[in-house]
Write a protein that binds this ligand. Structure first.
Ligand code: ASP
Length: 328
C-alpha cells in the first residue's frame, strides 16, 4: 500500500454549516484532517495515510508562518522518508492557488504534492469534499503524477500550479487554468495527464524561508486610480510591488509619473493584469520605470514569486530570468 502524508489546513472542505441545505453560511476549518479521512473509507483501498494538522483556518486567514511550516514539513518528509509516495494538502479554495504556486517554486522532488479543497461545506447535501479528497489521493499516489510538479485536483480535473486559479465564487467547477486548460483528469480508469510537461526547474529549492517576510503589496488599476496608494507604498519602503494593470498590464499616466519622480531606489516591481487571462509582455518603458512584466502570472501569483525573489536577494535581471514571459 503506498504511503501518503495528508497535511490539513482547513477551508470549506473542513467546513460546518447549521444544516445540510446551507451552502454559503458556514464556518470554514472546523473538522480536523482525521475526520475528513474517516468520512471517506474508500481511501483505505488507495493508501496508508498519515494525517497532520498544520492549521484549521479559512484560507483567507493563512499566514506566512503556515506557508513556512508547510514547506519545512514537506521538505523534511521527502528527505527522510523514501517510502512516501506523495503529499496531499487539504486547503480553502480562496487562496489555494497561491499555496500551490509557492510550493511549486520551493519543493524539489519528483513525488506529487496535490492540493485539494471543496466548494461546499462538509455538512452539505452532495458535499464535493469527499470525492475531491478521494481523487486527490488517487492522483498523489499515481506514477503518472510523478515529476509533474505541484498539482491541484478539483471536480475531477487536474491543474498545474502555475496556471490554476479560482474563477467562480460558488459551484463545484470553480477552478480553471485560463489560456491553457487543465493538465488532465482523474476517473474510474485512472489518472490521465495528456497535457503534462516534462522536467521543471525549481528556482528556490535551496531557499530557507525566514520568519519575517518582505512587504509586497498589490496595487489595483482602474479609472482615475488614487496616486496616493502607490506613493504610500513607495514611502513605506516596500520591498516589492505588484501592479494589477488594466488590459495587458498597463499603468495610468499618473502612476507612471509617480514612478518617474521617485528618487530613491525603486523596489522590485511587476506588472500583472486584471483580465484573468493572457500575457503581459516586456514594454519599452519598463526599464526606465523599474518595472518587469509578470507574463502569464496573475497578480497574486506574481506576488508569491516576487516575495521569494526578494527573500533570495535577487536583482531585476535575475528576476527577469524567472518570469514566464514571451519576448517580442
Ligand atoms: N472560505 C473558504 C476558504 O477557506 C472557501 C473555500 O474553502 O472554498 O478559502
Amino acid at each position: 500500500m503506498p504511503r501518503l502524508l495528508l497535511l490539513a489546513t482547513g477551508g470549506t472542505i473542513a467546513g460546518c454549516a447549521a444544516d445540510s441545505a446551507t451552502l454559503n453560511d458556514y464556518t470554514a476549518g472546523v473538522f480536523g484532517g482525521d475526520a475528513l479521512v474517516a468520512a471517506v473509507p474508500q481511501l483505505q483501498g488507495l493508501a496508508a495515510i498519515t494525517v497532520e494538522q498544520v492549521a484549521n483556518v479559512d484560507s483567507a486567514d493563512l499566514l506566512f508562518a503556515h506557508w513556512r511550516a508547510l514547506v519545512r514539513r514537506i521538505r523534511a518528509a521527502f528527505a527522510t522518508n523514501p517510502e512516501l509516495a506523495g503529499v496531499v494538502i487539504t486547503h480553502g479554495t480562496n487562496t489555494l492557488e497561491e499555496t500551490a504556486w509557492l510550493l511549486q517554486l520551493l519543493i524539489d522532488d519528483r513525488r506529487p504534492v496535490v492540493l485539494v479543497g471543496a466548494m461546499r461545506p462538509a455538512t452539505a447535501l452532495s458535499a464535493d469534499g469527499p470525492l475531491n479528497l478521494f481523487q486527490a489521493v488517487h492522483v498523489a499516489v499515481s506514477p503518472e503524477a510523478r515529476g509533474q510538479g505541484v498539482l491541484v485536483v478539483m471536480d475531477g480535473q487536474i491543474h498545474g500550479a502555475r496556471d490554476v486559479t479560482k474563477v467562480a465564487t460558488q459551484g463545484v467547477g470553480a477552478f480553471a487554468s485560463p489560456g491553457r486548460g487543465p493538465l488532465g483528469w482523474v476517473d474510474d480508469v485512472g489518472v490521465h495527464l495528456p497535457m503534462a510537461s516534462g522536467p521543471r526547474h525549481v528556482p528556490f529549492a535551496g531557499l530557507d524561508l525566514p520568519e519575517q517576510w518582505p512587504q509586497v503589496p498589490i496595487v489595483y488599476g482602474c479609472v482615475e486610480p488614487e496616486p496616493i496608494v502607490l506613493s504610500a507604498c513607495l514611502n513605506a519602503g516596500v520591498a516589492g510591488l505588484v501592479f494589477t494593470g488594466t488590459g495587458a498590464g498597463q499603468l495610468s499616466a499618473g502612476e507612471c509619473r509617480v514612478l518617474e519622480a521617485w528618487a530613491s531606489p525603486r523596489p522590485l516591481m511587476l506588472r500583472a493584469n486584471r483580465c484573468g487571462s493572457g500575457p503581459v509582455h516586456l514594454a519599452e518603458h519598463d526599464a526606465q520605470l523599474g518595472l518587469l512584466p509578470a507574463g502569464v502570472l496573475n497578480p497574486q501569483k506574481a506576488r508569491v514569486l516576487l516575495s521569494l525573489a526578494v527573500m533570495a536577494g535577487m536583482d531585476r535581471e535575475q528576476l527577469l530570468e524567472l518570469l514566464p514571459i514571451t519576448r517580442l
